[in-house]
Design a protein around this ligand. Structure first.
Ligand code: UT7
Length: 322
């Protein structure tokens, strides 16, 4: 039997124009550039002004479609990861589909898996393609975390940023062309209280703001990121020596460095954009990936190992051959 798999044919991204520097933040809360830079690696982040999550997603998706040379009318699946939807319903995937002009009948839905959202979304789209349920899919991670950030809490507000990243997946029956080599996703509900919003539709009738036990998240993150990466590599039948680039969720440079060290990766092999974007949750991996592919850092044929960890806790990994 002929087996179908996915290849990535386009990458896109979008960030809001407004930039908030650490010095800007020091005027809002009791903090300073030195603390933020040394503890997190973040120097600035993009913050939405009037842009909604679906606006950022639509722009990232348009860029990915142009990059792929694919017409929007050919898309037959949309999967969008976010924890900052435009509305409670309909999904941000549908709001974005309306903006893009995705044709009637095409399924579009959101995935909520916090910072692991993109790897969860990629997994669902890749599965749909492998089952023959879709042939050209848009997979997007998009967030306006600034809307659920408590701007009076210096322990969290310095960490987050807004943005979106997208890829176009296409079905192929040629194993040589496959470039989503493996995906793995995981969760452990024991940790639902450690990183969460302090509200939600059926509890407080509002979205709430992000709260967390930063130290607990930090401790868990390095192990979870390494675990997601290792499980994905194992599934792909590869080992760390085969990997050209490690692309971890951009949460904190110390978490990224700790993960690279635990896995034995040289820093020069680690892709980051945290300095200028902060933690953009579900957008962090596709945003970094699109930037690094489009600026030529990541080249055709390179093996990129994605790994993420987020609220829940959720985590996961994926192996791509660009
Ligand atoms: O996608 C996952 C999302 N979450 C994360 O990635 C969070 C993971 N955790 C972290 O990144 C780190 O735990 C933080 C960056 C959040 C905090 O770093 P830390 O080294 O764990 O600092 P801390 O919480 O132990 O705080 C040390 C000190 C405290 O003061 P005292 O008690 O020692 O006097 C804090 O009050 O730093 C203080 N502090 C700040 N000072 C200046 C906390 N936030 C700030 C701030 N500016 N923004």
């Amino acid at each position: 039997m002929m087996s179908i798999s996915s290849k990535i044919v386009g990458y896109g991204h979008c960030v809001p124009q407004k930039v908030l520097t650490n010095d800007d933040l020091s005027k809002i809360v009791d903090t300073n550039d030195e603390w933020i830079s040394t503890r997190t690696g973040i120097k600035s982040r993009h913050i939405a002004n009037n842009e909604t999550t679906s606006d950022l997603a639509a722009n990232a998706a348009k860029m990915a479609l142009i990059n792929a040379g694919i017409d929007v009318s050919d898309i037959d699946l949309v999967v969008l990861a976010t924890i900052t939807p435009d509305y409670t319903t309909p999904s941000t995937a549908l709001v974005m589909a309306n903006k893009l002009g995705i044709r009637e009948g095409v399924p579009a839905f959101d995935i909520s898996a916090a910072c692991s959202g993109f790897i969860y979304a990629l997994t669902q789209a890749d599965n749909a393609i492998r089952l023959g349920q879709a042939s050209k899919a848009l997979v997007i991670g998009a967030e306006t975390l600034s809307n659920i950030t408590d701007w009076t809490d210096r322990g969290t507000c310095v960490l987050f940023g807004d943005g979106a990243g997208a890829v176009v997946l296409e079905a192929t029956d040629n194993p040589e062309e496959t470039n989503v080599l493996a995906t793995r996703i995981f969760a452990d509900s024991k940790h639902i209280e450690t990183l969460k919003t302090n509200g939600g539709v059926s509890t407080t009738k509002s979205s709430g703001f992000i709260q967390m036990d930063g130290k607990e998240v930090f401790k868990y993150a390095v192990n979870a990121l390494a675990n997601g990466a290792e499980k994905a590599l194992e599934k792909a039948g590869l080992n760390a020596n085969d990997v050209d680039w490690l692309l971890p969720h951009q949460a904190n440079i110390r978490i990224i460095d700790g993960t690279a060290q635990k896995m034995g990766f040289d820093k020069a092999k680690v892709l980051t954009n945290i300095a200028n974007h902060g933690n953009t949750s579900a957008a962090s991996i596709p945003l970094t990936l699109s930037q690094k592919v489009n600026d030529g850092t990541v080249k055709k044929g390179d093996i990129v190992l994605l790994t993420s960890m987020g609220a829940g806790f959720t985590w996961g990994g994926a192996v791509l051959k660009i």
